[in-house]
Design a protein around this ligand. Structure first.
Ligand code: E4P
Length: 221
């Protein structure tokens, strides 16, 4: 499974890269806007934080076909090996199809339904991001939508991978990781919650205290 981070915080990226292999970083217009930095300064800094390698994704801003294609050209001409996120709207599908013809890799984003996501696969997207928590928040079932999309891909086998996105709880993320899709992108806050059970620290402290009581030191020898 590809494991990506959904953030523009370079310190979080470095911190998490030191713990587990990170296959890439996704950003979106909200994440970039919140950083207060230029996307053209931010993206190279993110790549540096990943040690100069890994997938890097940034999203087009314009809602029109021409604008999306122009944004994709601008982004890819200024940042090497960028994967362009394109919302799966009617205009987005046209842009994905055109960019695919040009050899620019795309990720279909803002996916709320399996059939919608599959259309982006047919248009040529290399990656698809269903918005799991946002689907849940509007009364749908995010993990179920991911299963449906995965089933369409497995049956029809287009050359595409799911990168599950939009998580507000570790449970949502875990459920999607168990479905077996190709990848997931997580905010650092959700990664931190995977390893934040207070019982872990309690167990480690208990063993440390037992050791100290017996040997009067906190070291092995
Ligand atoms: C995907 O890469 C998007 O950036 C993202 O997951 C949207 O997530 P949000 O619902 O947390 O804003």
């Amino acid at each position: 499974m590809k494991f990506l981070l959904d953030t523009a915080d370079v310190e979080d990226i470095k911190r998490i890269c030191a713990m587990v292999p990170v296959d890439g970083v996704t950003t979106n217009p909200g994440i970039v806007a919140a950083s207060g930095k230029s996307v053209f300064d931010l993206l190279p800094a993110i790549r540096d934080a990943m040690g100069g390698k890994g997938m890097l994704l940034a999203q087009v801003i314009s809602p029109t076909v021409e604008g999306m294609i122009k944004d994709a050209h601008t982004l890819t001409s200024r940042v090497e090996n960028l994967i362009v996120k394109v919302p799966v709207t009617p205009n987005g599908l046209v842009a994905i199809k055109e960019l695919t013809k040009e050899g620019i890799p795309t990720l279909g984003t803002s996916i709320y339904g399996a059939a919608q996501g599959f259309m982006a696969a047919l248009a040529g997207a290399k990656y698809l991001s269903p918005y799991v928590s946002r689907i849940d928040a509007q009364g749908g079932n995010g993990p179920e939508t991911v299963k449906e999309l995965q089933s369409l891909i497995s049956q029809h086998k287009p050359d595409v991978e799911i990168v599950n996105a939009s998580f507000k709880s570790p449970r949502q993320a875990l459920e999607c990781m168990m479905i077996g899709s190709a990848g997931i992108t997580l905010p650092p806050s959700i990664f931190d919650l995977f390893i934040a059970d207070p019982a872990v620290l309690a167990a480690v402290t208990e063993f440390g205290n037992q050791w100290f009581k017996a040997f009067n030191r906190h070291t092995l020898d």
